[in-house]
Design a protein around this ligand. Structure first.
Ligand SMILES: [Ca+2]
Length: 467
């Protein structure tokens, strides 16, 4: 424990130092903290006011950033929905769980596969520690009953089980036309409660509000028992929908309306926790599954200063906003260390006093020392897979691209030997290849790749199975 004490803490007067040390972990008899993970779909690194967007207003997310931690180098497990979500849910790279493919990038309504039941989800970990567990929103880890949240450790589920642009209705305009003036009836997506379809097509105009109402109700009902809530918004994935209360309110247009409605939803969650006196016992995490879908023009978001977006292994595809809020426990800070959605399971397990699965390789790390102000992030490396192929690796400040490929379209993979190398501290936009200047950084990354590949056992592929 002592080696995690920072220099700053050593300079504190001893009484304060003791208090700081005691603050490192919740006391053994303290109630287990509730946890809420709010996960967006296709939100870009540059889409929140607290991450620099000039016209989108996000006062509630800005509040999370101000009162909690704002991470600036936080990654997801993949640049598209299904494998990214599998990574968050299991703390394991999608290559290990079989939740990626070189053919189909995500699950579709005709998919027969899903997250294998033998994988251990974050919900199962927390359930084993006595938590009530609820999933609301987009799942996208298999829509057949054996793959739905209620088969993966969640007590309840309410949401659209896959992307909101799937199940295109026959009367929908062709191609992208339907997206520019979206109507709910153009997409015949189901809304499910448990394993039952309760509405089809889903009225997506009110979907963010209805997810929020569900979460508020669950918090009110769960207040006497620790709870874990996974709120995976269907937005801002295209087609974009905002309720009539939010439509037209943002200077950023419809995309801004959608983000501002998500921000409103975050505010309702925070306010509910405060009203019920649960805010000091609840960790709220906010992030997204992958970068902005740039091929949808102004209906896609922005990765800010990062390069490219959803679907590729440039930073814009896989670096996300990430906010951690837990008043009185999380040390407010801007955190510039490395983190990942893969780390949420080990971190949650630690905070809940639960056991993370020990019989398999986890790719996540416990970030609680950073959250509690007691140490630095144990994460040094980020692997950037596209499908089953390792395209790029970040180690420390350097990122090497061994393969690059346009996010979408016919562009083929391009191999690089030596790899393209970017110094992400100097050049977060990945504009200046410095491979010639730092051969030792490439050598270090090659060693990390060798170690990773030597112990890698790919899971049985799930994404190409069809009904
Ligand atoms: Ca997504």
């Amino acid at each position: 424990m002592i080696r995690h004490v920072s220099l700053r803490m050593l300079l504190l007067p001893s009484a304060l130092l003791l208090a700081a040390l005691e603050n490192q972990a919740p006391a053994a008899d303290a109630p287990k903290p509730n946890m809420v993970i709010i996960f967006c779909d296709d939100l870009g690194y540059g889409d929140l006011a607290c991450y620099g967007h000039p016209t989108i207003r996000t006062p509630n997310l800005d509040r999370m950033a101000r009162e909690g931690q704002k991470w600036t180098q936080f990654y997801v497990a993949a640049s598209v929905c299904t494998p990214s979500r599998a990574g968050l849910m299991t703390g394991r790279l999608p290559i290990r769980t079989g939740m990626c493919s070189s053919h189909r990038r995500v699950l579709f309504p005709d998919s027969a596969g899903g997250l294998p039941g033998e994988e251990v989800t974050i919900a199962e970990v927390l359930k084993s520690a006595g938590y009530a567990t609820h999933a609301i929103g987009k799942w996208h880890l298999g829509h057949l009953p054996q793959f739905l949240p209620t088969s993966q450790g969640f007590d309840s589920y309410f949401g659209i089980p896959y992307s909101n642009d799937m199940d295109r209705a026959a009367e929908s305009p062709r191609g992208r036309e339907a997206f520019w003036a979206p109507k709910a009836e153009y997409w015949n997506v189901p809304l499910m409660r448990g394993t039952e379809i309760v509405e089809r097509p889903t009225d997506q105009n009110t979907i963010t509000r209805r997810y929020t109402d569900e979460v508020v109700r669950l918090i009110q009902e769960s207040k006497d028992r620790p709870f874990f809530i996974y709120l995976a918004h269907s937005m801002p994935h295209v087609p974009l929908f905002a309720s009539e209360q939010s439509a037209g309110g943002s200077r950023r247009g419809l995309y801004g309306d959608v983000i501002e409605e998500i921000d409103w939803s975050v505010g309702r969650v925070l306010d509910t926790l405060v009203e019920l006196n649960l805010d000091k016992r609840t960790l709220v995490v906010f992030t997204s599954d992958n970068g902005p879908w740039l091929i949808f023009d102004q209906h896609g978001g922005s990765a800010g200063l990062l390069r490219d977006g959803k679907g590729c292994t440039w930073e814009g595809g896989m670096r996300e906003p990430a906010l951690f809020w837990w008043p009185g426990t999380i040390r407010p800070a801007v955190v510039r260390e490395l983190g990942s959605t893969l780390d949420l399971l080990p971190t949650a397990a630690k905070l809940a006093g639960a056991a993370a699965p020990a019989d398999r390789v986890l790719d996540g790390y416990d970030l609680s020392p950073v959250l509690l102000g007691a140490g630095t992030s144990p994460r040094e490396t980020v692997f950037f897979y596209r499908g089953t192929q390792l395209y790029a690796v970040r180690k420390g400040a350097f990122k090497a691209h061994f393969i690059t490929q346009p996010a979408y379209g016919p562009g083929k993979p391009e191999q690089h030997d030596p790899p393209l190398l970017y110094h992400l501290d100097h050049d977060p936009g990945e504009r200046y290849n410095v491979a010639e200047k730092y051969p030792e950084a490439i050598a270090e990354i090659r060693k990390a790749v060798e170690r990773h590949q030597a112990e890698l056992v790919p899971g049985e592929p799930q994404l190409d199975k069809t009904l």
